[in-house]
Design a protein around this ligand. Structure first.
Ligand code: NAP
Length: 289
C-alpha cells in the first residue's frame, strides 16, 4: 500500500511551520506545506514540497489537496465570518479531494453560550467535519502562552500587569506543544478530541508573580474593567475587530472557559508541556536585546 502525503495548511505560520518541521523531523518525507504565497515562503531547512493554497479559493484548495492522505488543518484567522467561509472552503475541498483524515486545530472554548467571538467558528467547523463524514481528529487548544507574553513583557518594564481577567484562570499552552500534538495526531490518526492545555491554569496574580521573577520591579496585578481595556487597545491603534476579539476572549477567561488542565499533551507527545514561566522568561529576555 502506498502512503499518501500529509499536507499542512498555514505552513508559513508559527504552528503550521512547527508541524511541518515536526513531521519532517519524525522522518516523513512526503509532507506538503500549503501556503498562501509560495514566493514569501522561504525556509531552506524544510525538505517539504510547497503548494499554493489560499483559504479564500475552494478551487485552489481542492487542487492543492489532490492526492493528500492526511490534512493538518490549521484554523484561519481574522474576522470570524471570513474565517468560517475559509473553513467551509477547506472542508469542501477536502471532501472533493477524498482526503482520508483531517486533523483540525480547534479551540478549548467552543460552547454555544460562549462570549468568545471565535467559539462559533470552531463549533461549526467541528460540526461540518462530522456532517461531511470526514474522518477526523480535533485538537482543541487553550490560549497560547506566546499570546500572553506581549502583556507580560510590557508589565516587566512598567511594573503593572493590567488585564480584564477578574478571577478567571487560563491554562496557557505553548504553540510548540500544540504543534507536537498535531504532529502526533497526523501520524497516529486517533480520531479523538485532544484538549491541548498547559500543565497549570494561572490567575492574574500568578501571572504577575511570574513576570516579577524576570523583572527588576515588583509587578502589581490589576484587574481592569473590560471597557478600560478596550479603550486602551483602541488608543494604541488596535483594529476594532481585534479589540472585540481580545475582550471577548477575556470575558470567556473570566467565565472560567479556558481554565481546564488536561494531561493530553504529555499523554500524546510523551513530554510535559512547556511551563508558562519559560515562555515569559524567553520573551522578557528577548525584549531586552
Ligand atoms: N489558541 C490561541 O490562543 C490562538 C491565538 C491566536 C490564533 N489562534 C489560531 O491558531 C492558528 C495558528 O496560530 P499561529 O500562531 O500559527 O498563527 P500565525 O503564525 O499568524 O499563522 C497563521 C497562518 O495562516 C495563514 N493564512 C492566513 N490567511 C490565509 C489565507 N487566506 N489563505 C491561506 N493561509 C492563510 C498565514 O499565511 P500568511 O503567512 O500568508 O499570512 C499563516 O501561515 C491561527 O490561525 C488562529 O486560527 C489561536
Amino acid at each position: 500500500m502506498t502512503t499518501r502525503p500529509t499536507a499542512v495548511t498555514g505552513a508559513s505560520g508559527h504552528v503550521g511551520g512547527a508541524v511541518v518541521r515536526g513531521l519532517v523531523d519524525a522522518g516523513h518525507t512526503d509532507v506538503l506545506a500549503l501556503v498562501r504565497e509560495p514566493s514569501r515562503f522561504v525556509d531552506p531547512h524544510q525538505p517539504a514540497a510547497v503548494r499554493r493554497a489560499d483559504y479564500t479559493s475552494r478551487e485552489e484548495m481542492a487542487a492543492a489537496l489532490t492526492g493528500v492522505g492526511t490534512l493538518v488543518f490549521i484554523s484561519s484567522d481574522g474576522e470570524a465570518a471570513s474565517a468560517l467561509v475559509h473553513h467551509i472552503n477547506v472542508l469542501d475541498a477536502a471532501v472533493r479531494a477524498e482526503v482520508e483524515h483531517v486533523v483540525y486545530l480547534s479551540i478549548l472554548d467552543l460552547e454555544p453560550d460562549s462570549p468568545f467571538c471565535f467559539a462559533p467558528v470552531h463549533r461549526e467547523t467541528e460540526r461540518m467535519l462530522r456532517d461531511r463524514h470526514l474522518p477526523h481528529t480535533v485538537v482543541r487548544a487553550s490560549v497560547y502562552g506566546e499570546f500572553f507574553t506581549q502583556w507580560v513583557v510590557e508589565a516587566a518594564s512598567s511594573g503593572s500587569l493590567a488585564l480584564p481577567m477578574g478571577d478567571g484562570r487560563v491554562s496557557l499552552v505553548s504553540r510548540g506543544d500544540v504543534a507536537r500534538c498535531l504532529v502526533e495526531c497526523a501520524i497516529r490518526r486517533p480520531g479523538a478530541v485532544v484538549k491541548a492545555t498547559g500543565g497549570h491554569s494561572f490567575d492574574l496574580a500568578e501571572l504577575a508573580d511570574i513576570t516579577a521573577r524576570f523583572s527588576p520591579h515588583l509587578v502589581k496585578a490589576t484587574n481592569i474593567e473590560p471597557t478600560e481595556f478596550s479603550s486602551l487597545l483602541l488608543r494604541r491603534g488596535v483594529a476594532p475587530w481585534w479589540v472585540y476579539a481580545f475582550t471577548s476572549m477575556f470575558e470567556s477567561v473570566r467565565e472560567q472557559r479556558f481554565e481546564a488542565v488536561t494531561g493530553d499533551v504529555a499523554t500524546l507527545t510523551g513530554l510535559a508541556p512547556v511551563g508558562f514561566s519559560t515562555l515569559a522568561e524567553t520573551a522578557i529576555q528577548t525584549s531586552r536585546h
